[in-house]
Design a protein around this ligand. Structure first.
Ligand SMILES: Cc1cc2nc3c(=O)[nH]c(=O)nc-3n(C[C@H](O)[C@H](O)[C@H](O)COP(=O)(O)OP(=O)(O)OC[C@H]3O[C@@H](n4cnc5c(N)ncnc54)[C@H](O)[C@@H]3O)c2cc1C
Length: 486
């Protein structure tokens, strides 16, 4: 727990917030506050009713940029820690309120799609629009954002930009950083900045990137404009292959990418990971999944190119209907979250993930060294029921590896995080950094990869630190996120 640095006590903070935004927008319900003190990093202890960290003073549901500005002005003046949130799907502790008497500033009621602009192929939304709602709105008009993280049914635009999220179709459309055209954000003290919507510019460094990925540690995102694309699912081609190993599958993906093809989906699963996703056809082998999309001639040519490449790779073809069917059930809505809660409550088992990135040349060593170290060094390795990995986002120069691990829990719920998730996560992060990769591909640093932020950035770390000093000199934005607690 970090002590409050505010000159105000808990009741005074609540009173001031109520007069700023109105009682209807300030929630002090004890259970809501307890649940707001953590995110899915501590999903297992939370489901067992354990909330050991400081409980926030209030949740403020802002309804306008002006209200966000007034809360941030108040917070800076009185040095109250602010934790921004929208969809609450965070997995790395970004929503944890580690400072006593924090304000949770919630943007989910700022939920209007402001403008669909089909001529300039962009859409502007408030931060609290769920991506699924935006997609449904756009698809009804023949468009798509091209952004499809597995959390699409719940995650909202502000959080998706704040975490540098990425979707399943990223090889064609890119991550959120490739999709954001402009935005509006409020900085500590209540300063509103709008970054205008232009196709490209060379007017100094790209200031969008101060905001994209800031994880609420520099500013609060209130509005976002992203690209839109023609939605033409009728042309999609689904391809699946059984291959010898994850490295063999990734090598095939590399050939597809470097030969110039841009399937929207390009994934390779290790045998273990494939067995949990594709048990009805994987036969104990590694699996590669691809989707070609776009205008029909492009989708057709991409499919043909991929098939030609796979002629050089030992493989067995999977029926494309099986791959299409798998995609239809991939995303996580409230139903799956509720089912997971039931499982966590009634069975002492859990699944977690750690995602990192690496150049092509390092993939095999990273995969093999993590698998070896977890199996031999993790003291509770005998409780593992699954350890595997997949590559799900590829680039000209490399790919991500998404390690997945399930285990039976042989300790009390409070101890799970330290006995299981944190040590396995540490091995993955250490190996990625040792081999020159990045410790985090798309979930954000949150509060649990901060011990490695400096190592991640090396001699460039002062640039990152400088942003905090410049924009949040009082340190009131999401203390302990991205920047290690001091
Ligand atoms: C089942 C599941 C599947 C997932 N799949 C993917 C995936 O495929 N790809 C992917 O990239 N991620 C994935 N995630 C992670 C998560 O969904 C993303 O990080 C998402 O972008 C978070 O959006 P959110 O609206 O839920 O944000 P929240 O959880 O509310 O917040 C996330 C972080 O952003 C900050 N933040 C939130 N709103 C704002 C704002 N308006 N201004 C400033 N900071 C803000 C918070 O302080 C926090 O640090 C998954 C998570 C789950 C639970």
């Amino acid at each position: 727990m970090v002590a409050s640095r505010s000159d105000l006590g808990r009741d005074e903070i609540v009173e001031a917030l109520t007069s700023l935004v109105g009682a209807a927008q300030v929630d002090t319900d004890e259970q809501q506050l307890r649940e707001a003190s953590v995110d899915r990093f501590k999903k297992y202890s939370a489901v067992h009713g354990i909330f050991d960290g400081p409980i926030p003073a209030a949740i403020v549901y802002a309804t306008s940029t002006e209200q966000v500005a007034s809360v941030l002005e108040f917070a800076q003046e009185h040095r109250v820690n602010v934790v921004p949130r929208t969809g609450r799907t965070a997995t790395e502790g970004g929503l944890e309120t580690v400072v006593e008497n924090s304000i949770v500033l919630d943007g989910s009621r700022m939920n209007q799609v402001i403008n669909v602009d089909p001529e300039n192929m962009m859409v502007t939304t408030q931060c609290g629009v769920p991506l699924q709602v935006l997609e449904d709105t756009l698809r009804a008009q023949g468009f798509t954002t091209g952004h499809s993280p597995q959390s699409k049914p719940i995650a909202q635009m502000g959080g998706l930009v704040a975490t540098r999220s990425i979707g399943q179709f990223s090889t064609l459309y890119g991550g959120i950083e490739d999709l954001v055209i402009g935005l509006e954000a409020v900085f500590p003290g209540g300063k509103v900045s709008r970054i205008k919507n232009v196709p490209r510019r060379a007017a100094g460094p790209d200031i969008r990137h101060i905001v994209i990925g800031n994880e609420g540690a520099l500013c609060f995102i209130t509005e976002v404009t992203v690209k839109i694309f023609t939605y033409q699912p009728q042309n999609n081609r689904f391809l699946g292959y059984l291959v010898d190993s994850l490295p063999a599958g990734v090598d095939a993906l590399r050939r597809v990418i470097v030969d110039g093809y841009r399937p929207s989906v390009a994934r390779a699963y290790s045998e273990e990971d494939a067995a949990q996703h594709f048990s009805h056809f994987s036969q104990g082998r590694a699996v590669v999944v691809l989707v070609a999309e776009g205008p029909e001639p492009v989708a057709e040519a991409t499919e043909r190119g991929i098939q030609e490449i796979f002629e050089q790779v030992p493989h067995e073809v999977v029926d494309s209907a099986l791959i299409e069917e798998w995609f239809d059930n991939l995303n996580w809505g409230q139903d799956k979250i509720d089912a997971e809660k039931e499982q966590m409550l009634h069975g002492a088992r859990l699944g977690y993930t750690t995602e990192v990135s690496i150049n092509w040349s390092g993939v095999t060593e990273l995969f093999e060294s993590v698998m070896r170290r977890v199996r031999t060094e993790f003291p509770r390795a005998s409780d593992l029921t699954m350890l595997g990995a997949h590559s799900s986002h590829s680039y000209q120069t490399g790919t991500n590896l998404y390690f997945v691990y399930d285990y039976n829990i042989a300790v009390a719920p409070r101890d799970e995080i330290n006995e299981y998730h944190i040590p396995i996560n540490a091995i993955v992060v250490e190996e990625a950094l040792r081999l020159g990769g990045s410790m985090v591909h798309h979930h954000g640093i949150g509060k649990y990869r901060t011990p490695w932020t400096e190592q991640e950035h090396g001699s460039a770390y002062p640039l990152l630190k400088g942003l905090k000093h410049s924009f949040d000199p009082q340190g009131v934005m999401n203390y302990g996120t991205i920047y290690p607690a001091e």
